[in-house]
Design a protein around this ligand. Sequence first.
Ligand SMILES: Cc1ncc(COP(=O)(O)O)c(C=O)c1O
Length: 295
Amino acid sequence: MDATVNVNGVVTAGDQAVVSVFDHGFLYGDGVYETLRTYNRHPFLLDRHLARLRASATRLALDVPPTDHELETSMRDTMSRVNPEGEVMLRMLVTRGVGDLTYDPASCPHPTIVIIARAHRDTPEEVVRIGVHVVLASVLRNHPRSVDPSIKSNNLLNNVLAMQEAIHQGAYEAILLNHRGELTECSQSNLFAVRDGVVLTPPLDAGLLEGVTRNFLFEVGREIGVPVREAVLREPDLDHVDELFITSTTREVVPVVRVGERPVGTGRPGPIASRLLVRFRELAEALTGAHVGDS
Ligand SMILES: Cc1ncc(COP(=O)(O)O)c(C=O)c1O
């Protein structure tokens, strides 16, 4: 993969980047991460991603010693070597660090901080125009008192298992239900439904990641006069929605036209997802464009 990687301040080509096998991130998934992308080569909503990174780390009692400014400087330094003409995807990981074969965090005196930068790949316009097929996974989203889905942790087996089901069925994503049978989110994106002109998304209490894009979409909706609110949704509700779409940092807004064998609404991407996406992109461009010229 064509990437540039920063491991504890050492920047190399992706295939030269090295982390110890005794790193507890590798051994136990003991760590947290964020995925960001740039518009106008500026990491979008960086402050929100850093705030979530620190919130996730706090839940693991994991120290993140660098300041936000230092993290931003490292990110910009790493991405400066990537895709000079285009946009960049950044993945920042903070793990417990290198230690003994024990769960005791005291054995890891220093966290490991990794930044992976590579060219951002836009969701193909064809995908946005035609919409995607998703499945309902048989695996449930982790119970919040297990590995809480609100922690963006490197411990991603729940997501991996759900996505394997999607891949197996030729689908783009997998929706996960919670232990109460409510819809939560997808393996790597948040879920939204549109009913009678109102956009609904499962509440945080359902057990899901509080997506940065999800939160931004509430603001985008307000801008264009489309109400966006939280609501408990269950599988039968899928038969009574006009539109369904997913959101994430790298995918923006992607319309869903089929869940398993069940067509959504008209079976074609709907107008509200499309309007939200247009305004989302305008805002992303405007918010990052304001920085053009800084460095
Ligand atoms: C499980 C899960 N839900 C939702 C999202 C979307 O979050 P964001 O909008 O912050 O990218 C992601 C992104 O990776 C995710 O992994």
